[in-house]
Design a protein around this ligand. Sequence first.
Ligand SMILES: CC(C)(COP(=O)(O)OP(=O)(O)OC[C@H]1O[C@@H](n2cnc3c(N)ncnc32)[C@H](O)[C@@H]1OP(=O)(O)O)[C@@H](O)C(=O)NCCC(=O)NCCS
Length: 175
Amino acid sequence: MASERRTMTVPTRSAKSHKKSAGTPTIRLATLDDLDALVALEHAAFASDQAERRAIRHAIRSASMSVLVAVDDEKEGAEVLVAAATLERRRGTRFSRLSSIAVSPTRIGRGLGTIMLQAAEEDARIHACAALRLEVRADNGAGIRLYERHGYKRFAVIEDYYEDGMEAWRYEKAL
Ligand SMILES: CC(C)(COP(=O)(O)OP(=O)(O)OC[C@H]1O[C@@H](n2cnc3c(N)ncnc32)[C@H](O)[C@@H]1OP(=O)(O)O)[C@@H](O)C(=O)NCCC(=O)NCCS
């Protein structure tokens, strides 16, 4: 269930064992308590095409979607949300679609995007999906590098996909 508090263990560069170490965020499914922080992250990470609050709330509640969050709990026991990823599954298909991945601007370039991508792949496997698909803006160099570095192959281009007319590149990775 989307509201279940399940933690995931993903391989990271800094932690070879599955044990959480200092500086390694915990990855878990989002709950409605994360909504404010998720909305704030959405606005901080995306200049356009931001998901609305109600869409994020729907995603957290949906049985066919997973909203994964990475949280630091270093600040006097209080959690700080530092990254998120949203996945959608469609009945009758064996694809999971990574509809969003975002890292807090203060934490970019330190491997969190990779951690979230690996967590997204694990979530897709848990739901018996054979492949992960995604769209990315053609001008999003950081996103494209992240996906290509992790074995995603471009298989389609969709013109005029984003609010400003930018095309989307579609990627897929078999799991
Ligand atoms: C795209 C995005 C998710 C990448 O997140 P990230 O945390 O920066 O990703 P990573 O750190 O795993 O990798 C990014 C870079 O950091 C480098 N890096 C990774 N771990 C590192 C570490 N421990 N130390 C130093 N550099 C590191 C990588 O080599 C990579 O370099 P490159 O892109 O220049 O080749 C992030 O830029 C973001 O949130 N962007 C805004 C939202 C967005 O565009 N999302 C994607 C489309 S939905």
